[in-house]
Design a protein around this ligand. Structure first.
Ligand code: GLN
Length: 307
């Protein structure tokens, strides 16, 4: 809901960075230009590794413009509503909230996806999984594909967009996540994904040429969980148990019933889990196991096929 300007006067931006860090509510009233805001607020954003970039994104969000616009109109001053929107966003960022949750969007595979705190923020490294999936999927065939634990729908929608003839079922055990994924499909006008409320394969009907997943694979005690953006993300989408391999093992087992002959299971895992993942796949009878590295040479995706 919009603020009523007559009942509460909007907070004003200060020209003093000290005032910013001490008490955001007691700011001076001088109107600042885009360039002043970027300079001063980026200095005050000490909690971030990329303070200027963060401020650019938040300011562009607050004034409903592109980042490029900021540099074409550096002297423009903000309206009171824009100031208020920027300050609210900035304060959330200062408290560590991920940029993607503040602005409500994240780009993945050049798709603009809605995100909120019910879904993982799609990662650039997960594009590797999409790339490998596309290499397995000829363009002109109507293959059956499943994406388990779809979250925002990132993987399913990227594959669906590139392979309009394919039929994709995307599951999640979070109704809130499915709601976001459905909205993303609608906004992107992608029609070949069907969303299914299901705990992994439990409610999944049919058999598939390819099953993909970015399951939770972080061990409960992993210190990474209390750092950066991850702290704000849904625990169920990240953590799976004491070893980090619980969900992966469950998937490898369950998917055997849903894969067609010569069907592939393709999933992301931790950079140090490739060897264990391979052993589990072999134990459950998968063949042609292949491991793939991301740009940092970490093994992050493994594929296996059923005979
Ligand atoms: N890649 C994510 C991270 O390390 C984890 C995603 C997942 O568990 N699927 O933060």
């Amino acid at each position: 809901m919009r603020n009523n300007p007559s009942s509460s006067s909007p907070r004003a931006l200060s020209s003093s960075p000290q005032a910013l860090s001490s008490s955001p509510r007691k700011r001076g009233s001088r109107k600042l230009s885009i360039v002043n805001i970027l300079n001063q607020f980026s200095q005050a954003l000490t909690s971030s590794q990329t303070p200027l970039l963060d401020c650019e994104i938040l300011l562009a969000f607050a004034i409903k413009a592109s980042r490029t616009y900021l540099y074409t109109r550096p002297e423009q001053t903000l309206t009171p509503e824009q100031q208020e929107a920027f300050l609210q966003a900035f304060e959330q960022r200062q408290q560590g909230k991920p940029i993607a949750y503040i602005v409500g969007h994240k780009e993945f595979w050049s798709l603009d996806l809605l995100v909120n705190s019910h879904v993982l923020i799609p990662r650039p490294e997960t594009e590797l999984l999409v790339e490998i999936a596309l290499n397995l999927l000829p363009k002109d065939q109507s293959l059956e594909i499943a994406d388990l634990g779809t979250g925002s729908g990132a993987i399913a929608l990227a594959i669906a967009k590139e392979r309009p003839q394919a039929n994709i079922k995307a599951t999640d055990y979070s109704k809130e996540a499915l709601h976001i994924a459905e909205q993303n499909a609608e906004r992107l006008k992608i029609k070949n994904v069907q969303f299914v409320y299901s705990n992994w394969c439990n409610e999944l009907k049919g058999s598939f040429n390819l099953i993909v997943s970015n399951p939770p694979y972080i061990a409960e005690q992993d210190p990474h969980l209390s750092t950066g953006d991850v702290q704000f993300e849904p625990k169920d989408a990240l953590i799976t148990g004491p070893t980090g391999l619980e969900a992966i093992t469950h998937l490898i087992d369950q998917c055997r019933k849903h894969l067609r002959t010569k069907g592939y299971l393709l999933f992301e895992h931790g950079y140090n889990q490739a060897h264990e993942v391979q052993t589990i796949l072999q134990r459950y009878g998968y063949k042609d196991i292949e491991r793939f590295q991301d740009l940092a040479n970490n093994e992050r995706v493994t594929i296996g096929r059923l005979e």
